[in-house]
Design a protein around this ligand. Structure first.
Ligand SMILES: [Fe+2]
Ligand SMILES: [Fe+2]
Ligand SMILES: [Fe+2]
Ligand SMILES: [Fe+2]
Length: 288
């Protein structure tokens, strides 16, 4: 595979994953968490790496400035999506996701159909190969692998599904649907904390930092005990009472993780380990 083809394959993977996550977010706003986590890790680092490698070969400053300006627009659009997601503004969210996809498509097209052909006329295929290799290297280094925000986004996703479930009181079918979605996601979240995130942290921290982890694991037992009721009992008054208790317990538990444990894990995990944990957990969040 030549260097241009390689770049194309890389772009395809990015854009296809982003498109499918964007569709999910438009159908169920709670899944915006996945789109944001994915883009913050893989798209932002990609753009930053290009600016210091491929873009430096192009010598028309207007053209380069325009491409960099488009990166800024894409980044700004992500911020708008994030704000609409946090505030629960569903309409803004959908229209901004559409805007984001338009910006991204346009940019990828320009990059492949205009920028790359121009660059490949200026340098040899070997030089281009080396430059793309360097871009990949820098892209890997620029990844934030912010496990704190990844898990915090997943809390938001579960909270939103809980809210939607509360809002569907009286509609048993909708209510059961949100319940089973929320239940699967919450069990998956807890499992990933206990089998991936916490063990990785345990390996790289001192035993006195394991106190908060043990408290979280005990709280997980309480939380999962609320999830045992079958989905078909949803919609009943009793189920809504249980739901209210679960929301209260989760709020306290999540705050402790977000304010104490996740920042500690983010600080203490070595880079490569964080990257591995981020990738594995995001992949698994995306499956449910
Ligand atoms: Fe770009
Ligand atoms: Fe690109
Ligand atoms: Fe937890
Ligand atoms: Fe958590």
């Amino acid at each position: 595979m030549g260097p241009l083809e390689k770049l194309h394959v890389h772009h395809e993977k990015l854009i296809n994953t982003i498109k499918s996550l964007a569709e999910r977010a438009k159908t169920n706003p709670a899944d915006t968490s996945l789109l944001l986590a994915y883009c913050n890790e893989y798209l932002v680092s990609h753009a930053e790496a290009e600016e210091v490698t491929l873009y430096t070969v192009e010598d028309d400053p207007n053209f380069v400035n325009n491409m960099i300006h488009e990166h800024k627009q894409v980044k700004h659009s992500l911020d708008v999506i994030d704000a609409a997601f946090s505030r629960g503004e569903a309409n803004t969210l959908v229209s901004e996701i559409n805007n984001f996809l338009t910006l991204l498509n346009k940019h990828f097209n320009e990059e492949e159909n205009t920028l790359m052909p121009r660059i490949s006329k200026k340098i040899s295929e070997q030089e281009l190969e080396a430059l793309i290799g360097e871009a990949h290297q820098i892209e890997a280094e620029k990844k934030k692998s912010d496990v704190w925000s990844l898990f915090e986004y997943d809390h938001k996703r579960i909270d939103l599904n809980l809210l939607q479930m509360k809002g569907s009181k009286g509609n048993n079918e909708k209510s059961s649907e949100y319940y089973s979605k929320m239940r699967t996601q919450l069990l998956n979240h807890i499992e990933l904390e206990e089998t991936v995130l916490f063990p990785a942290f345990a390996e790289h921290t001192t035993p006195d930092h394991m106190g908060p982890v043990n408290v979280m694991i005990q709280e997980h037992q309480v939380i999962t005990s609320y999830l045992s009721s079958p989905a078909d009992s949803q919609g009943t008054a009793k189920a809504f009472e249980v739901l209210q208790d679960l929301i209260g317990k989760l709020a306290v538990h999540n705050k402790k993780e977000e304010l104490i444990l996740y920042p500690m894990i983010n600080r203490e995990l070595p880079r490569a380990e964080k990257e591995r944990v981020f990738k594995e957990c995001l992949d698994k969040f995306m499956r449910v």
